[in-house]
Design a protein around this ligand. Structure first.
Ligand code: NDP
Length: 375
């Protein structure tokens, strides 16, 4: 019966049964770019829970996480999330499909899906424990999807969801910011020219905050064009010296990590509820290195001791994480439709050029997003 759903050209008949298949880029082991493999015979994703939908992928956005996951980053944590009882043997995640952003059209809805229907155009950020969007079809929960902004093409729409839901989670859920309380706030974004930074600048400006960003000298015009009030070149001497000459900040979003947290918290207004939120955390490395249980304990101990140390100095220290959210994307869609947020697509690739898209991503120095046109 399942075979009736896909065109006959996509059916593969084995000796005993009929399988639904689709084109996809998969990896069968972790490694460098040569592990990426194109196949016409990837398993067609099926609805397992009644709140799920099958989306036909038109465009897939890539993120630094895709390069990291190709190399095995997060394998222990994500395997546990995929298979909490560890029933499957090691390597059960393969063939793995990468790609965390999708813009496409709903092909099929589970029985309990209420707000969406077949042929709706949707966008979504796909949780890293699910099969990704470098494929003709992907399955998502209804609470992870949102109607795509009509004003954006699928290619543009695929540039937004993962960075938007990450920035939303860090700024709103962790940082406590929202439209109503941003007007008088000074925000510093460390690393303003990449995917998360270019989205965060626009969101915060739409909400009326004063936004300072750090970036390379050659990205200053670019970030100002997105609305940044002030850009500080981090390549021109110690950036913390230039930043400490400025008025102190209410919130810092750190997209850079490394040694930034040694000095960044000193740039916050003390004893005023100010927060430092970093997206660059050792959480996955800890669980990959120590195993899930010990890694989580190590993580909790690290974050608690850092939070306490900084609390005694009157500032809040937090870790931010991506969180899939259809409702957050609904709010982002309204800002896009009002012209307050635009997609920042740096480069697009065809579906046959996925390895080249990964090579581009790996070179770093992003100025917005890399998008693959799937169909
Ligand atoms: P991108 O690769 O898109 O952008 C990074 C940007 O930072 C580039 O524009 C780069 O340009 C710039 N940059 C590099 N070094 C510095 C520096 N020292 N100071 C200022 N800018 C710098 O990454 P994303 O925006 O997608 O992600 C940012 C970080 O957040 C990544 O480390 C990512 O892994 C992490 N992240 C974490 C998530 C979580 O759940 N915790 C979710 C999403 C992202 P140039 O080198 O030319 O200056």
């Amino acid at each position: 019966k399942a075979c009736a759903r896909v065109p006959p050209s996509r059916r593969v008949r084995t000796s005993s049964r009929c399988l639904d298949v689709m084109p996809a880029w998969v990896i069968d082991k972790y490694g460098s770019n040569d592990v990426l493999r194109f196949t016409r015979n990837a398993s067609f994703p099926s609805i397992t829970y009644p709140n799920e939908v099958v989306v036909k992928v038109f465009a897939a956005g890539l993120n630094p996480l895709d390069v990291s996951m190709r190399g095995g980053y997060g394998a222990a944590t994500l395997s546990m999330k995929r298979d909490p009882l560890s029933i499957t043997v090691s390597g059960g995640e393969f063939p793995l499909i990468l790609g965390r952003d999708v813009s496409g059209v709903i092909m099929e809805c589970g029985l309990e899906v209420k707000y969406f229907q077949e042929r709706d155009e949707v966008w979504a950020a796909i949780p890293p424990w699910k099969q990704g969007s470098l494929a003709e079809f992907v399955v998502l929960s209804a609470n992870e999807i949102s109607w795509k902004p009509k004003s954006l093409s699928h290619t543009e729409a695929a540039a937004i969801p993962y960075v938007a839901t990450t920035a939303w989670s860090a700024l709103v859920n962790t940082g406590g910011l929202r439209k109503e309380n941003c007007g008088n706030k000074r925000i510093l974004i460390l690393g303003g020219s990449g995917g998360v930074g270019t989205f965060a600048i626009q969101l915060l400006k739409a909400w009326g905050a004063h936004v300072t960003v750090t970036c390379s000298q050659n990205a200053e015009q670019f970030v100002r064009g997105l609305g940044a009030d002030h850009a500080v070149d981090y390549t021109d001497g110690p950036v913390e010296v230039s930043l400490s000459a400025l008025e102190k900040f209410d919130l810092i979003l750190d997209n850079v990590g490394g040694d930034t947290e040694r000095w960044a918290l000193g740039l916050l207004k003390p004893w005023s509820g100010s927060k430092y939120v970093t997206l660059v955390t050792p959480f996955m490395q800890n669980t990959d290195r120590l195993g899930v249980a010990d890694g989580m304990m190590q993580t909790a101990a690290t974050v608690a001791s850092k939070a306490l140390k900084h609390l005694l100095k009157g500032v809040h220290y937090r870790w931010g994480f991506f969180a899939p959210s259809g409702p957050a994307l609904d709010e982002v869609r309204d800002l896009v439709e009002k012209g307050q947020i635009r997609a920042v697509v740096e480069e697009t690739f065809s579906f046959s050029q996925v390895p080249q898209a990964f090579e581009k991503l790996e070179k770093g120095h992003a100025r917005g997003k890399t998008v693959v046109q799937v169909s």
